[in-house]
Structure formats: structure tokens, C-alpha cells
Design a protein around this ligand. Structure first.
Ligand code: ISE
Length: 334
């Protein structure tokens, strides 16, 4: 860190999310500077690094981690390379904010968990940004206060305008519903014990699909996942409790009325819908890291989500109701 305690961050992966985080670290939040950028695309890394004073550009993540002035790492590369990059960062003893998914499957997530556990202290925060969204935080506070009694069901909707090239049906679970898995565990403070997936229709990619979770607290959760809905980005959640219900994500921040009609806007993607949540997430990560702490979603959370995703993908490919076996977090994560 500099004399002023500014955190030097290496950003690994400068695609959509990585570029957005570079802009955020550079211009929106305080206490950090982008010290290095690494991307497989040398041109892209250079273009982004060139706009920032003293920022180095690399194609090799390992070189970025040892670049001058690097105190911490933000991993925003594709999920399949996270394990290698996380293990490298842990070897260097660097604090990490890793975009979701932690890794694409439970066995690789477990290897990361073992590597962090061997250090005896938490170093990694996983980027489940919904926990930093104002509406989600209000819902969590309401449920925790117990005013509505115990939760019985969550009804969730997750709609994207269009999925990017290369997006597979399995990714509807592992890349998209992964957020509802984290949100369910966090909102309820319960683990998911079984997953069922209903795929209406026939032929190619069938959507929307309905994903059902059962939890160890007896709550049932349904998620409509529709990654090519065409009309907007929508994330909704309604908690139905013993004595009332609460819903977030209606997107009614402003309603206009003119020429005999009323209406509003629908955000077109997550970078816009969750902009504030990303800002809060990265600011709190920087603040905690400067204090030498890790406060956000843990490697255990990343592992638990990966285990449920695996069950979900099996359920989706004809596995029926697939149980999830989680043995409870090791001491470091309790
Ligand atoms: C994407 O990777 C995200 O993380 C978004 O939040 C989610 O809405 C989208 O479905 C995913 O593909």
C-alpha cells in the first residue's frame, strides 16, 4: 500500500465485468488504485491500463500479481480459469475479490477452500453482489427482524434480455441461478437440500425453466429462469412468510404518465440494475482489505453454491429431484 494506505489492485480479466470494475476502482470508489491489468487480449489490457496513471498491462496473470504496487487482486476472468488464479493469489498471500462463480464445479471449489483453510485465515471474498443491493438488504433485514413470522416460500424471477454467445443451457443454472442460490442461503440462513428443474416445451434450449429448491428449514423456493426474454433485465424476489409477504425488484423507481398511458423503464442488463450494489461491494471490499479483514461472501459460500449448481445441472438433464449433501462449514467459515 502507498503511504496514504491506498490499495493497489491487479484486475485479472478485462472483459465486460473486469472493465466495469476497472472504471469503478479508478473513478467511483475511494482508497484504491488499479496498479495492473491482465487480459488474454494484449490490446485490450493495454487500452485499459493506458488510461490510468502508473498502471501496468499484462497478458499473464502471474506477472500482474507480482507487478509493482499490487496489494490485492480482483478476478473477473471466465470461471474455468478462477481456480488457477485463486491458488496463485493465495500462494502470494494476496487478498482477493473473485467474481462469481468461485469455480465452475464443487471439486475445484473444494480445492480452493482447502488452500485457503491451510493458510488459517480468510483471504478471498466471492462476488455475490446481490447481498449489497439496497432492496435485497431491506428484505434480509425484514426477514431477520421476524416481523412477518417465519418464511415459508420464496418466489424468484430472473430474466435476461439475451444470453451471450456460447451460453449453454447448463449455464442457466451455473451462471444465472447461482445468484438465487446464494440469495436463498443468505436471506434465509439455511442450506439448500434438494433441487428439481422443470423444462417446459421441447427441442433446443427450452426456456423459461422453473427451478425448485428445498431447504433444511422447510422453505420451498421457486425460480423462473429466462435468459432470452427479449424485453429487459428483471430480478424479483417475494418472500411469503407466516404473517405476510414482502417483494423486491418491481423496478418502479419512476412511473411516467402521458398521452393516456402510464409506464416506466426496464433496465436492460445487470451492470445497470446492480450498479449501486457493485459500487458498495467493491468499496466495502477495499475498506475491509485496508483494515486487514475479509467481510463478504466466503469461499465456503462459493463452494456451497457450486455444490447446489451441480445438483441443479443434474436435475436439469433428467435427474429428477436431486439431493444436495453439504456437511457444514469448517471452523474458519463459521
Ligand atoms: C451473469 O453472469 C450474471 O452474473 C448476471 O447477474 C446474471 O443475471 C446473468 O444471468 C449471468 O449470465
Amino acid at each position: 500500500m502507498t503511504d496514504q494506505g491506498t490499495l493497489g489492485v491487479a484486475v485479472i480479466g478485462a472483459g465486460r465485468m473486469g472493465a466495469d470494475h476497472i472504471r469503478r476502482l479508478d473513478r467511483t470508489i475511494s482508497g484504491a488504485r488499479v496498479a495492473a491489468v491482465a487480459d488474454v487480449d494484449a490490446e485490450r489490457a493495454k487500452r485499459l491500463a493506458d488510461g490510468i496513471d502508473g498502471c501496468a498491462a499484462h497478458t499473464d496473470p502471474a506477472a500482474a500479481l507480482t507487478s509493482e504496487g499490487v496489494d490485492a487482486v480482483l478476478i473477473a476472468s471466465p470461471g474455468p480459469v478462477h481456480e488457477e488464479q485463486l491458488l496463485l493469489a493465495l500462494e502470494h498471500g494476496l487478498p482477493v475479490l473473485c467474481e462469481k462463480p468461485l469455480t465452475p464445479d464443487a471439486s475445484s471449489a473444494l480445492r480452493v477452500l482447502r488452500a485457503e483453510s491451510a493458510l488459517g485465515r480468510r483471504r478471498v471474498q466471492v462476488g455475490f453482489m446481490r447481498r449489497y443491493d439496497t432492496e435485497y438488504a431491506r428484505l434480509k433485514a425484514l426477514l431477520d427482524a421476524g416481523e412477518l413470522g417465519r418464511p415459508r416460500m420464496l418466489h424468484c424471477r430472473h430474466r435476461n434480455v439475451a444470453s451471450p454467445p456460447g451460453f449453454t443451457e447448463q449455464m442457466m443454472i451455473s451462471d444465472s441461478v447461482a445468484h438465487e442460490i446464494d440469495a436463498t442461503r443468505w436471506l434465509l440462513g439455511q442450506e439448500i437440500t434438494a433441487v428439481t428443474v422443470l423444462r417446459p416445451g421441447s427441442g433446443g434450449v427450452r426456456e423459461p425453466q422453473l427451478v425448485l429448491f428445498e431447504t433444511d428449514g422447510g422453505v420451498v423456493v421457486d425460480v423462473e429462469i429466462f435468459v432470452n426474454c427479449g424485453f429487459g433485465y428483471q430480478v424479483r424476489c417475494e418472500a411469503v412468510c407466516e404473517a405476510g409477504s414482502a417483494r423486491i425488484g418491481d423496478g418502479h423507481a419512476m412511473v411516467t404518465q402521458a398521452a393516456g398511458r402510464w409506464g416506466g423503464e426496464i433496465a436492460q442488463d445487470y451492470v445497470v440494475r446492480f450498479e449501486d450494489a457493485y459500487d458498495r461491494e467493491v468499496q466495502q471490499w477495499v475498506d475491509a482489505t485496508r483494515r486487514g479483514e475479509v467481510t463478504g461472501p466466503s469461499v465456503w459460500d462459493g463452494y456451497a453454491v457450486a455444490a447446489v449448481c451441480e445438483a441443479g445441472v443434474r436435475a436439469q438433464s433428467g435427474g429428477g429431484r436431486v439431493p444436495v449433501a453439504l456437511t457444514g462449514p469448517p471452523a474458519l467459515y463459521r
